[in-house]
Design a protein around this ligand. Sequence first.
Ligand SMILES: Nc1ncnc2c1ncn2[C@@H]1O[C@H](COP(=O)(O)OP(=O)(O)OP(=O)(O)O)[C@@H](O)[C@H]1O
Ligand SMILES: [Zn+2]
Length: 736
Amino acid sequence: MSTDTPPCPPLLRGIRSALGPTLLTQILQSKILLVGSGGIGCELLKNLALSGFRNVDVIDLDTIDVSNLNRQFLFRSQHVGMPKCVVASEAALKMVPPPLPSQEDTMGAKYTPYHGNVCDNSKFNVPYVQKFDLVLNALDNIAARRRVNRLCLAANVPLVEAGTSGYLGQVTVIDKSSNTECYECQPKPTQKVYPICTIRSTPSQPVHCIVWAKEMYKLCFGPNVGDSMLFEDEESLKAEKAAEEEREEGDEGDNGQESNGTAAAAAAATDGQESGEKSTYMDLIVGLRSLLGVDNANEGDEKKVLESGDDAKRKEVLSKAHESLTALFVTEIEKQIGMDRYKTAEKVPVPVSLDDLAKCTTTITGEGEDHLLPPTERKDYAPTQIWSPSDCIQELASCFLDVATSTNQPLPEFDKDDDMAMRFVTAASNLRSYVFQIDPIQSLYSAKGIAGNIIPAIATTNAIVAGLQVLQCFHILKAQLSASSKSDGNGDGAVVETSNLKKTCRYTYCLRDKTRKGYYLQPTTLPDPNPNCFVCRNAIISLTLNTQEWTLDMLLARVIKKELGFQEPTILVGGDIVYEEGEDIDPSEYAINLPKKLVNLPSGGVAHGSVIRIEDYSQDLEVDVNVSHKDVWMMKADDDSGKEKVDDREEIDKFEIGGKKPVAAATAADSSDGAKDNAAQDPAAEEDGDDDIEIIVDDDTPAKDTAAASSNGKKRKPDTEEDGNKAKRQRWTQKT
Ligand SMILES: Nc1ncnc2c1ncn2[C@@H]1O[C@H](COP(=O)(O)OP(=O)(O)OP(=O)(O)O)[C@@H](O)[C@H]1O
Ligand SMILES: [Zn+2]
């Protein structure tokens, strides 16, 4: 970067007075990458432009939605549907103070949009990031943040990371050469944790019913029926039955005492259905999927199951839907009551009335009499209305008809912004709430808030956080400037001084309530890295799973990609490659190993005590994984008995990443109990990959501690720097 001082554009004289001419020159000449041009990103772009930054790349994968217009102020209604990064870059460019007339060409500002996913390694890789003086994150999900974190570490470029959640926000600087904590040094607490048995059989809050309805949506329309935690087939039931028998044997050996006195534990032990017997609705729903064309569709298939005017088919769909809904909301409920499942429950469930269910077959959509239309098609419809049970039935019927007339099969994963998905989830969850007498019944509008786990975005918090990010940019540029001038001062230039951002940059919290000293912003020093972080410290990871049952495919999808965030992994066992992905690599070469059990992999296989090496050149990441074999999973009861209780999740699905993987911030800060740190994972329940997920784990898993810490909504108010560092248990739960 040249240090010639260009003349100052008139509108930047204020900046020059405040920061000095040298830093202004640095600002004018620096190259910045901004990832995300949503809520924070729009604010940031405006700040960058008005501060004089002239060379900015903007990456965003999204297009503008009407719902963005209230706070993403660079967008107007005519921009709806256009790429965010394009519109935002154009708007910001117009705000860049114009150069002096004589400087037109050399001072020309460039705001370059890239409409794409930052995880796309072919475009946004280490050499790309190395071109920048610093990177700014304005993202809303963990996967993308994780990706940028790794790219910046690999490229050794400082990253200004930020997030907001309602009135709370935080900004920090991650810099490899300054030895700061990285984004992944502290694992991210997940937002909600619900016991599986609560969702399946003992719901008590609207949110339990909504989580259930989202699983039901997956069961009815999802790309893979087995992905729904409500799915049952012979095989899974057989395994469940075997597990139960084992449990019973274990209990006998323990004088037959109930391991945990709580009603939830009792329900968990038997869960939703008698072991070995499918729920009454299961086969009907699987049949309905097939009738709707969910299972038999091929990609790009233009054929609809139900053409307009085909009354016979329409009748068939509605009649099958009626049968399934009756099984779901009447027969199965009666069966459970008959089995005394709710003997001790405060409220015994009440099946939906058969009269209401009959509305299913009379539902009409499109033109017709008002009273026969589903609620969302009526003239007076408003998303804040509360639907009666018969409204819910009609809405569900219309969803089934929509799917039958759609060519877009199988449906994508649940998305709160998808109209049909929200209609389905609102109706199904409310019917369940009616059955279990849970208040309040939700409107579509409020159900959407719960289903998407939405904390309303506060434009002011975004603005404050973006302001703080730009202040950090000034500090970084200043430190880079002083480091380069010191290096130059060595005469021969042989020793390159690196900037230490810990001296100048701050981790800053944006608080809702004032600190004792009366401040709403709480700056603290940049934390040191977690020595156990496998991303920035190359720490060894320990992994416990059933090596005789897990296949390489499971390991790859559930642990290596989903948990550890590898993008293009190469997996080595005993020094030999057993799997490889990436550009120029033939995926079929190692495909043969994917279905193999870990113990049967080449080079001696993976068993207790084996070490697997995983490398990812796209992220410049290598890690060793110490594997332990485990096939019986015991868990501690949450009462004081200290007695162990069998974890009743699918044995095969269980794994534990522990020891060397950074522990959850909440438990790390609060507890010295190592057992808590090793929360068993339930990958089946962790389908979604972003911040908005509800993780569903069983009762008594230590993950509960994490959830409590992240969802209690109370944030510590750090008054001193030390307090501020402790408050990091709350970090990174932000949405935006
Ligand atoms: N992997 C990614 N690559 C590029 N851009 C991303 C990626 N993930 C998220 N983004 C972008 O980051 C921005 C985050 O901003 P923000 O959350 O304010 O926007 P939003 O998703 O439109 O808001 P909301 O979710 O509240 O409706 C979005 O514009 C989103 O498109
Ligand atoms: Zn780290």
